[in-house]
Design a protein around this ligand. Structure first.
Ligand code: AMP
Ligand code: GLY
Length: 420
């Protein structure tokens, strides 16, 4: 099976690695990163905004499946442009609104009875201030559109909440993505990410994972794309997973079908769990990063086969098997991330050789090869993944590997896998 995988992050390195384990999969990544062998990278073919030429290239070169990693091309309609010619793993533009517009996502959840925080969508500062006045602290202010993980402010301070409203609506910090803001009730509890493979008719869940979104230890500092993840999640048992299936995943998949845009691809439910109470914080229209890097090495299934079945609308399984181990990823980021940070940090000593142990993996994220050296190109640079019989064993392995290979100008959280 000849597969085109789009993207360049840690998530895509993990998807590439897992797809390559399918004996009959040939995978090219558009454009990939330095973790992916040069012969499997196609660097200047995929361009945002020119889907027609990309489709022509894929057809001419006889690709049989397209897997879209990041959200932006999905929200922009890449699937719509290609799927009449080649099966695509990834939802259509209409269905991808579940991530592309928080206002639409809220409408969708309310319409389909999916539990979520009470909210107001506001397009003027006055409206937004009124909405804030109706909510108790802490305040949650969200830019409506895609904002690379930076469009959400959660704060105890009304002043800061109002400042976030002004950033979106007046200062246009997020451009058009912030021309509507969503003011939301604060949800307490512990977060979990549940991914589901969808074929338009059903949603089959992965085992849950837990992201660590804040930049620094003790869950402090600004929100990032994710600084680490663990799987499984000890506070989600089979009974709670069943509830997530019926109250969240099944309702969503039925909702998409009744909107006339059946959902094919990966549906990501970001959940807040407080004892038995489950609420959706957000849906995403693609695999999460870095949870994917922790989950895919545990998946005991042929991913290429499953993705093809989803893309064709005919997922043949009702249950995904996972290895009975815990897995962890610790993300290495450039000092300053998610604010401004340096690029071009030499990562060769850390990333130049793969660890020898079968229980550990290195996934690249923002990296490129420059004259034989591996240089950083982004805020999140790479991740160390380790598995073990318990989360503690997996942690010990991951941190032992990192201890030996500290790179100046980079940092990582020391507490992945230890949050209450
Ligand atoms: P989002 O991009 O919507 O996932 O928001 C980023 C992060 O902000 C989430 O992972 C949560 O940690 C936090 N967050 C978002 N919405 C809420 C909410 N309603 N209540 C509490 N925390 C929230
Ligand atoms: N790890 C959070 C996300 O992928 O959105």
């Amino acid at each position: 099976m000849k597969i085109a995988l789009i993207g360049s992050g840690g998530r895509e390195h993990a998807i590439y690695w897992k797809l390559k384990q399918s004996t009959y999969a040939e995978v090219d990544v558009f454009p990939g990163n330095a973790g992916i062998p040069e012969e499997d990278r196609k660097k200047d073919v995929f361009k945002e905004g020119d889907f027609q030429s990309f489709k022509d290239y894929l057809v001419k070169n006889q690709y049989e499946l397209v897997v879209v990693g990041p959200e932006q091309p999905l929200v922009d309609g890449l699937t719509d442009a290609i799927s009449e010619s080649i099966p695509v793993f990834g939802p259509t533009r209409e269905a991808a609104r579940i991530e592309g517009s928080k206002e639409w996502a809220k409408y969708f959840m309310e319409k389909n009875g999916i539990p979520t925080a009470r909210s107001f969508s506001c397009s003027s500062v006055e409206e937004a201030y009124d909405a804030l006045d109706q909510m108790p602290a802490p305040y949650v202010v969200k830019a409506d559109g895609l904002a690379a993980g930076k469009g959400v402010t959660v704060t105890e301070s009304i002043k800061e909440a109002r400042h976030a409203v002004q950033d979106c609506l007046e200062r246009k910090v997020f451009g058009e993505s912030g021309s509507t803001v969503v003011i939301e009730q604060f949800l307490k509890g512990r977060e979990a990410s549940v991914f589901a493979l969808c074929d338009g008719k059903k949603a089959i869940p992965f085992q849950p994972a837990r992201d660590h979104k804040r930049a620094h230890d003790g869950d402090r500092g600004p929100n990032t794309g994710g600084m680490g993840a663990v799987t499984p999640v000890e506070y989600i048992d089979a009974r709670l997973l069943k509830k997530i299936q019926s109250d969240v995943l099944d309702k969503a998949i039925q909702g998409f079908a009744s909107e006339g845009s059946p959902y094919k691809g990966l549906l990501y439910a970001g959940l807040m769990i407080d004892d038995d109470d489950v609420n959706v914080v957000e849906f995403n229209c693609r695999f999460g990063d870095p949870e994917t890097q922790a989950l895919l090495p545990m998946l005991d299934e042929d991913l290429a086969e499953l993705m093809m079945q989803c893309a064709k609308g005919d997922l043949k399984t009702d249950f995904l098997r996972f290895r009975e181990l815990a897995n962890i990823i610790v993300v290495i980021a450039a000092d300053g991330y998610p604010g401004s940070y340096e690029k071009g940090i030499d990562m060769t000593d850390l990333l130049g050789t793969m660890p020898e142990s079968p229980d550990t993996l290195l996934f690249h994220a923002g990296t490129q090869l420059e004259a034989g050296s591996i240089k950083s190109t982004g805020g999140r640079i790479a991740g160390v993944v380790a598995s073990g019989p318990s989360i503690e064993d997996a942690r010990n392995q991951a941190y032992a590997l990192l201890d030996k290979r500290k790179v100046p100008g980079t940092f990582y959280r020391m507490d992945i896998g230890t949050l209450p």
